[in-house]
Design a protein around this ligand. Structure first.
Ligand code: FAD
Length: 386
């Protein structure tokens, strides 16, 4: 089997050995597709993108089928840092330069709507994913801190976004006693959550709205024609429209899109519960992301473990020792934790685009209605369930 990210680092149909999988309660697997069925829309990919699309399309009365090669939330959606951020992956100043101020306003608004939608889906569908407010951005030097403070003012002045608290070096130390950080800001409109429980909750909601979910149903081929024929090993979906939501796990399923997306791998560890020692890591119940090029992001779990994400790799195989990869940046941020016991270490793959912005693409085929495709912009700004 040609190397592909769907099978390079994980056992088939199984969640990675993450703290999220250890603390989530996934339902029994949704059935494997084992016959020929018809639908208005066939969605490939059971992460936030596919599940949210399935939920909203089913609520709109469409006959929806979703196929995932493994389990819902198997991909980046069930393994990430759990940070629900504001705006887009590119900050507003970057967007103003890229698309101009009016479009930057629109994209800011879209990010805020997406953030609000995630929160409303969680409350409407009673999704128990420990959503808590607050993401802090920290700078490692005076210049980074000054930039973060200027950015907070920029959001206030140009986007009317005042949900931000500035942190001096002392206030930053009170929040997170790490020698690595010299100040920053806290975005109280952002938040953090249990990402796999969010995905499982979206799946329950989509199934409840009438979407047919099939797990362990890897799509091997898509045939165009009078109607689309989406083929798996044991079944087939005939549909009018297709929604590809495979993100970094797309592989060769669609070359047009694969040409625009580069998969990268990122890694997270969960320490043993820290008990009282947790206050030497964080004294406020916020998540943190720093201003390094390869972002370090962390927070405390509800059982007082440090969930620390950092390190990056390219290509199909994860490094043999993920723990060692993440322990390095973790010890740079928390020098007092060189020997802390790590109970879980896992990796995940996300797709990045040249501009670090989402790509939406209607993929035209010779006949019938356009295909639809979306690739998510990536972490850690906003999970964008819109
Ligand atoms: C380690 C890590 C940390 C991150 N931290 C954050 C964060 O803190 N905040 C944030 O906003 N974002 C974060 N992200 C990014 C975020 O997780 C992703 O942007 C988001 O989850 C992508 O969702 P998705 O539904 O598009 O794709 P995924 O969740 O990746 O889902 C794609 C699905 O497609 C399925 N699939 C692929 N090919 C096939 C096929 N041929 N047949 C059937 N199914 C197929 C896969 O099995 C998979 O389940 C992080 C990502 C990683 C990896």
């Amino acid at each position: 089997m040609a190397l592909n990210l769907l099978h390079s680092n994980d056992r088939k149909g199984t969640y990675p050995n993450s703290w999220y999988a250890a603390t989530a309660t996934p339902p029994d697997p949704y059935p494997t597709l084992d016959s020929e069925i018809r639908a208005d829309v066939c969605i490939i990919g059971g992460g936030y993108t596919g599940l949210s699309a399935a939920l909203h399309m089913a609520e709109a009365g469409m006959d929806v089928v979703l196929l995932d090669a493994h389990r819902v939330g198997f991909g980046a959606s069930g393994r990430n840092g759990g940070q629900l951020g504001s705006g887009q992956r590119l900050d507003q100043e970057g967007l103003e330069g890229l698309v101009g101020a009016p479009e930057a306003q629109t994209l800011w608004q879209l990010g805020e709507e997406a953030k609000a939608l995630v929160k409303s889906l969680i409350s409407k569908h009673k999704i128990d994913c420990h959503l808590r407010p607050g993401v802090a951005w920290t700078g490692s030097n005076k210049r980074d801190v000054a930039h973060l403070h200027d950015y907070a003012h920029h959001l206030q002045d140009h986007y009317g976004y005042g949900d931000v608290e500035l942190l001096t070096e002392e206030e930053c130390q009170q929040m997170c006693p790490s020698p690595a950080y010299k100040g920053g800001m806290v975005d109280h409109g952002a938040g953090h959550l249990h990402p796999l429980n969010l995905a499982l909750g979206l799946a329950r909601a989509a199934a409840g709205a009438g979407a047919r979910l099939h797990e362990n149903s890897e799509v091997l081929e898509i045939q165009e024609g009078a109607e689309l024929r989406v083929k798996t090993a044991n079944g087939e979906v005939r549909a009018d429209q297709l929604f590809l939501a495979c993100n970094g796990y797309l592989g060769g399923l669609n070359r047009q899109v694969a040409a625009k997306v580069m998969p990268i791998n990122n890694f997270v560890v969960a320490t043993e519960p820290l008990g009282e020692e947790a206050s030497r890591v964080l004294r406020r119940d916020v998540a943190v992301a720093d201003s390094k090029f390869v972002v370090n992001y962390f927070r405390l779990s509800h059982d007082k473990r440090l969930l620390f994400g950092g390190g990056e790799s390219y290509g199909y195989r994860f490094p043999a020792d993920i723990e060692a990869v993440v322990r390095k940046p973790m010890t740079e941020v928390f020098p007092h934790l060189p020997d802390v016991k790590i109970d879980y270490a896992w990796g995940g793959t996300l797709g990045i685009t040249m501009k670090r912005m989402p790509i939406w693409r209607a993929l035209h085929q010779t006949c019938c209605r356009p295909l639809a495709i979306r690739v998510m912009a990536l972490a850690p700004r906003s999970m964008q369930a819109s």
